[in-house]
Design a protein around this ligand. Structure first.
Ligand code: SAM
Ligand code: SF4
Length: 492
């Protein structure tokens, strides 16, 4: 299917802009494929002592070098893998405590001029109906989400003239303005195509939280194969430095990710680590979060089920645990792509954020009772449980659900956030803010069984907090009383 003349003209204009920016990009590529392959070869078959030394360093929250990470991705002994899983959980608890931050994805537009082989929204996939939300439809979606208790969104856009930078700024502003009683969105994170420095500056002005760009694969040949070269996404380098440009524009919470299943997972894990190290080297700030979406079936998209590199559950657990050990300060995002039972397992491997109650069809929240609308979705979700149901499970498993958005609003972003996270001090904010925002949820939105389970969780945390931080506990108790009396949005 050919692009319409106005889509073609927009793509050509954008392509020329990308070429100009690429020509002025002087940074050397930080993905050295030969080096990654060599490190993986050199560290094949690591011994127990070597693994234990690497895990001991990970336990000091110092992060891992490429060589150290290669030692653990190459483990063969199942017993040693159990040690890695235990280390990952320990590190997550040490940095963030037992809280899990919750958010919802909000798909705003699906038309796209790109042709990514794995994606249901790719141009030319006639099995999927395209839609861009009108202002009224957007508002309706936001109201459904805030009525469930959500405070944090991840908005998602296709790459298309109908969802350009003007559209992004307008829709994000509209989301922040949509208020309904106590319902409000306090942080909008963005997953969108790479932008120019100037465009990022405009997004910063409308007050976005994190900007995410997933490289999808760090392996150049695979990148070329799944992103046709004549498309905008076809430029590897434009995407590779997308978040460096965001940092230049002052967006200092940036997020990286790989679509696992396109190429060898061990190579991709090391690619993510190279990316994190390069951001840290240049800006003093690594990725605020790392995402690890796994390839899922999508309508009219045979590649999604045929890729020879699809990652098994057993290997996917390793991906999550190694990343947590290697980049201890980062937020690790699990999504509803994964099945409920498996999500429960993955949560124990160092995950710190996840979505819940998600619908990914454009306009899907306004038709909440339909779990799937395949002809409007980018791929298929495996967990469509409600936010309430998921929170109940979290409480039963002893986690502290959190709707916190306070760091970004208290200007604890970029270096300020990293300093605290690296020293394991950020949880001194995370835990009390989780308690305060979860309390709001229990009072304003929870059904009786979840309220009862949630109050038990809060009581346990308060008791523990009193022992660990007697000073903070008094302040938290006073703030909790104010929330009970009707005040909202109080924070540490
Ligand atoms: N269009 C923007 C872009 O490509 O950068 C926004 C991203 S896209 C809407 C969100 C992410 O979904 C992609 O970056 C990709 O990692 C993931 N994705 C695409 N197709 C998928 C599939 N079949 N299964 C799982 N995740 C998929
Ligand atoms: Fe478009 Fe993004 Fe899908 Fe590629 S992954 S076809 S860029 S929506």
């Amino acid at each position: 299917m050919l692009l319409r003349p106005e889509e073609k003209a927009w793509r050509e204009e954008r392509q020329a802009l990308i070429r100009r920016c690429e020509e002025s990009e002087k940074r050397p590529d930080f993905i050295d494929e030969e080096k990654i392959r060599a490190v993986l070869r050199e560290k094949a078959n690591p011994g127990r002592t070597e693994v234990e030394e690497v895990l001991a360093k990970a336990g000091e929250l110092r992060g891992l070098t490429l060589e150290e990470a290669a030692v653990i991705v190459n483990i063969r002994d199942p017993e040693l893998w159990e040690a890695v899983f235990a280390a990952a959980l320990w590190i997550k608890q040490r940095v963030y405590g037992n809280r899990i931050v919750l958010f919802a994805p909000l798909y705003i537009s699906s038309p796209c001029v790109n042709s990514c082989l794995y994606c249901g929204f790719r141009h030319g996939n006639t099995a999927v109906t395209r839609r861009t939300l009108s202002d009224e439809e957007l508002e309706r979606e936001v109201r459904v989400l805030t009525a469930q208790g959500h405070k944090r969104l991840l908005v998602v856009y296709g790459e298309h003239p109908a969802s350009d930078i003007h559209f992004m700024c307008r829709t994000i502003t509209r989301i922040y303005e949509t208020r309904d009683g106590r319902g409000e969105i306090r942080r909008v994170n963005v997953n969108a195509p790479p932008l120019t420095v100037e465009e990022y500056r405009r997004l910063k002005e409308v007050g976005i939280g994190t900007f995410q760009v997933f490289q999808e694969t760090y392996h150049r040949e695979t990148y070329r194969r799944v992103h046709p070269p004549h498309t905008l996404k076809g430029s590897y380098r434009w995407r590779l430095f997308a978040l460096h440009r965001a940092q230049e524009a002052g967006i200092d919470d940036v997020a990286i990710g790989v679509l696992f299943g396109l190429y060898d997972w061990r190579f991709e894990v090391l690619g993510l680590i190279c990316h994190a190290l390069d951001l840290e080297k240049e800006f003093g700030v690594g990725p605020h979060t790392i995402s690890f979406p796994r390839l899922e079936p999508a309508l009219g998209t045979p590649f999604a089920t045929r890729s020879p590199y699809r990652v098994s559950d057993a290997d996917f657990k390793k991906v999550v645990a190694v990343l947590r050990c290697a980049v201890p300060y980062t937020g690790m995002i699990l999504t509803c792509r994964e099945r409920p039972d498996f999500r429960r397992e993955l949560l124990r491997l160092g995950v710190s954020q996840t979505d819940a109650g998600s619908r990914i069809a454009v306009g899907g929240y306004s038709e909440l009772e339909r779990e799937h609308i395949p002809d409007r979705e980018q791929f298929r979700l495996n967990d469509t449980r409600s936010l309430e149901e998921f929170i109940f499970e979290l409480c039963s498993d002893g986690y502290l659900p959190s709707f916190c958005t306070s760091c970004y609003r208290a200007a604890r972003t970029g270096c300020g956030f990293m300093e605290l996270a690296k020293k394991g001090l950020i949880k001194n904010f995370c835990i009390p803010n989780a308690v305060l925002t979860f309390k709001e949820y229990l009072l304003d939105y929870a059904a009786p069984r979840t309220r009862a389970a949630g109050e038990r969780v809060i009581a346990e945390y308060m008791a523990r907090y009193r022992e660990e931080q007697p000073g903070g506990a008094g302040r938290l108790k006073a703030l909790l009383r104010r929330v009970e009396a009707g005040e909202r949005d109080l924070r540490f």
